[in-house]
Design a protein around this ligand. Structure first.
Ligand code: ZN
Length: 382
């Protein structure tokens, strides 16, 4: 079967698996069979942790030499929501109007299918070339991401696996296929600010101590100036107050406590530690007592400095689409934040416009072109 037709078939087969995190629905088995059939050594690894569901993961490799290019992705999907709101059954992999429809077509069964089909085609012709091709596929990206890529990477490392480069197949394209390649991600940090007062009657404020005006002053101080103006490869960092909580149902009571929660998306000018110091400095300047708690950060900002590998990927995209992708660090966090500790990583895939939405779909032409791009990358790399 032609490589691009195989990608479409595999994508549809994966969509028919109801792999809503933490269910696998048979998705990893289908992918594993396809890779095994092509000569990959495959392993299924199940990770557990108290309080979270057990999750299946798949590791596959062909070849023993370097360079070792590994593809990373996930087969789990977010829930479909009300299936009646969809034009087609979200788990049927329907083909209509030049597109495949269904949950996960864009994020990211289409990307997984494209890379697997490209790798199979490459292997059929050249085995693993002079190097190795690998797959790190998890069923826990859309969920808590505890029993997924992070543990799979550690497991592979302890087995002696050493990757030279990684491509994450998340749908990075914005308007058209090939317009965006991600070479980094901003970090994310969550914080809670608590102010204590003294509860009392609203008619006798002199006997109480209202924490709300203090919280407002503290939030003003926290938000007084932008964190930075951006860095050469990153947008400015942003602090967003996402909730102010008092939980007071009464009009005649001054509450005892007020708290606010905030999220910071930060660039490579900051680490969680330097941000913590900055926040404390700003809050101290308001001259009142507060408690600041920052959640442990597992998502620092990172950048894969453009080099010959990013050029190889960029050139392949341009050759197939006529478009030179922008090197971007925008958007949320992804599993690439874990991978970057092991090898340089870039993210490139289809158009994410309908990811997580009703009527998620991906153009067949885009799955085909993406498969050809991945095939070109394999040719050039190995
Ligand atoms: Zn995804």
């Amino acid at each position: 079967m032609a490589m691009t037709a195989a990608a479409l078939d595999l994508c549809r087969a994966l969509v028919r698996c109801q792999s809503v995190t933490p269910e696998d629905g048979g998705a990893l088995g289908i992918l594993e069979a396809a890779l095994k059939h092509a000569g990959f050594a495959t392993q299924r690894i199940r990770f557990s942790e108290p309080g979270t569901p057990d999750i299946d993961n798949l590791y596959a490799r062909i070849g023993t030499g370097a360079p070792f290019l590994v593809f990373a992705g996930h087969t789990d999907v977010v829930p479909a929501g009300d299936a009646a709101k969809w034009r087609f059954d979200p788990f049927a992999g329907e083909v209509a109007e030049g597109a495949v429809w269904g949950r996960g077509t864009a994020d990211m069964k289409g990307g997984v299918a494209a890379f697997a089909a490209a790798a199979r085609a490459y292997v059929a012709q050249h085995r693993s070339g002079k190097g190795s091709i690998g797959f790190l596929i998890t069923g826990d990206e859309e969920g808590p991401a505890i029993n997924g890529t992070r543990k799979l990477l550690r497991w592979a490392y302890e087995k002696g696996e050493r990757f030279d480069h990684c491509i994450v197949g998340e749908p990075t394209s914005w308007h058209v296929l090939g317009d965006t390649l991600k070479i980094g991600r901003r970090g994310s940090l969550n914080g809670t600010l608590l102010v204590e007062g003294r509860q009392g009657h609203a008619a006798y404020p002199e006997r109480a101590d209202n924490p709300i005006p203090k919280l407002m002053a503290l939030l003003d101080a926290l938000n007084a100036a932008p964190l930075d103006k951006g860095t050469p490869r990153f947008e400015p960092s942003n602090l967003e107050i996402v909730s102010v909580d008092v939980g007071n149902p009464a009009f005649n009571v001054i509450p005892a406590q007020a708290r606010a929660r905030f999220n910071v998306r930060f660039n490579d000018r900051w680490t969680p530690e330097t941000l913590a110091a900055e926040f404390c400095g700003r809050l101290d300047s308001a001259g009142m007592k507060f408690t600041l708690s920052l959640e442990p950060c597992n998502a620092p900002a990172f950048l894969t400095t453009p080099d010959s590998f990013t050029k190889l990927v960029t050139d392949a995209v341009e050759r197939k689409t006529g478009r030179r992708p922008a090197l971007s660090t925008s958007g949320g966090t992804s599993d690439a934040r874990f991978i970057r500790a092991y090898c340089p990583v870039v993210e490139f895939g289809g158009i994410g416009a309908t990811a997580h939405m009703v009527d998620e779909h991906v153009a067949i032409a885009d799955i085909e072109a993406l498969t050809e791009i991945y095939a070109a990358i394999l040719e050039d790399y190995l």
